[in-house]
Design a protein around this ligand. Structure first.
Ligand code: ZN
Length: 408
């Protein structure tokens, strides 16, 4: 949720002026989102499809063009009559995306088109939140100085693992980093492009999928994130459901195996200890691949057709499939999107789908709805940036203002 200070001239006590302003904001957002979803439309097509007047769309698009949020493409050659000018999302304005990982932070400058322009990794193993944020801010300033080339920065999206209160911008509990109750805004002290959104990894991944991936096909899906972190998110009619206490989608402790593998929660056989990236590496070592340090090594071996590595990844996918079948039966989504390291090994994805077909009450019909994330390379900093893009689409006028510029 975006909370911006209200302009004194447009407050509720301002009567009719306020309603007109609200309508203008809504119409501007509608035009912006329509162009985002349907690039290449002309002003008259946008007006017809949204039921707005041509004059109104011309007015709105000229503001958005001036702000760099839209751009005009060349008119088709040889057209008769008034030139038809196709519009698409502008590429001059940028957003900053930051992923606060357990040991390394990723910082990226991204256009509204979802394309990363420049990025940097910031190692922070063993540091506390304050020192980490200081380092991230310094890296972000250098990234902007080296690569933004004077283009406007519309805001910052930050994502991290664990439980995050997005409304209060507080990292409640990030077990990977060992951070609890981190008040991000107090540590940032206005040093990054504002506004700033703080969210969790899974919701950021769902936001990116919604804007740039399977969201173009459906706005009704459940997304599972399977990496070092395990989580899920429900997207219902285009809205990401965070839950009453913002902890919806916790699937880490679903029981997926009878094997007595102990979990930090006190139980055994949880998804977290059977299917996380670390679990895969541990399992690979247990099966004789003694030199395996981490998941990347297992993926590498599987790519080289090592039969043990392939079987370990297939077994992991079967565990994920057991959790996926429960999510499908509970939520009945149009798609179940699997994001994270399983998406890097599409060759063994069939094991996951087969397990869903076997376990879900919805049966083989459910299995047909399971897809891999459209982002085969999992980039949590780009996902973080996409939370900011969503805020810009929701209120373009509120973000195309000078206060969105970097405040060093
Ligand atoms: Zn557990």
């Amino acid at each position: 949720m975006q909370i911006r200070e209200q302009d004194p001239g447009t407050g509720p006590r301002n009567g009719r002026g306020h309603r007109g302003d609200d309508l203008r904001r809504l119409n501007t957002a509608a035009v912006m989102k329509h162009v985002f979803g349907h690039p290449g439309l002309s002003r008259s097509e946008i007006a017809a499809q949204l039921g707005l007047s041509a004059a109104s769309v011309t007015n709105i698009t000229s503001i958005l063009l001036d702000a760099g949020l839209l751009r005009a493409l060349p008119s088709p050659i040889g057209a008769q009559g008034r030139p038809r000018v196709p519009l698409e999302i502008g590429t001059s304005a940028l957003v900053l995306g930051i992923h606060l990982g357990p040991r390394t932070a990723g910082v990226v400058l991204m256009g509204l088109d979802g394309v990363g322009q420049a990025s940097v990794l910031v190692p922070h193993a063993g540091m506390g939140p304050a020192e980490t944020i200081d380092r991230v801010v310094a890296a972000a300033h250098k990234l902007v100085a080296d690569h933004a080339r004077g283009r406007p920065l519309l805001g910052t999206g930050i994502a991290t693992g664990g439980i995050v209160d997005r409304h209060a911008a507080v990292i409640i509990d990030n077990p990977g980093a060992g951070w609890r109750n981190v008040r991000v805004m107090e540590l940032l002290r206005g040093r990054l492009p504002s506004p700033v959104i703080v969210d969790n990894n899974a919701r950021a991944a769902a936001q990116s999928e919604l804007l740039y991936g399977h969201g173009q096909r459906t706005n009704d899906f459940v997304l599972m994130v399977i990496t070092a972190d395990i989580g899920s998110v429900m997207v219902d009619d285009g809205r990401i459901r965070a839950g009453f206490s913002q902890t919806a989608g916790q699937i880490a402790h679903l029981r997926v195996s009878d094997r007595p593998v102990p979990c930090s929660c006190g139980k055994t056989g949880c998804l977290a200890v059977m299917a996380s990236d670390d679990a895969v590496a541990i399992e690979a070592r247990g099966r004789g691949l003694a030199g395996v340090q981490n998941i990347d090594h297992v993926l590498e071996l599987a790519g080289a057709q090592d039969p043990v590595a392939i079987e370990v990844l297939e077994q992991r996918n079967r565990y994920v499939g057991r959790a996926a079948s429960q999510l499908i039966d509970i939520h009945d989504p149009e798609l179940l999107v699997v994001a994270g390291t399983p998406a890097e090994t599409p060759a063994v994805f069939a094991a996951l789908v087969a397990e869903v077909a076997r376990r879900a009450h919805a049966g083989s019909g459910a299995a047909g709805r399971v897809v891999l994330s459209s982002d085969h390379v999992f980039s949590l900093s780009l996902f973080a940036a996409s939370t900011m893009v969503d805020a810009v689409l929701d209120d373009p006028l509120g973000h195309a203002l000078p206060e969105g510029l970097l405040n060093p």
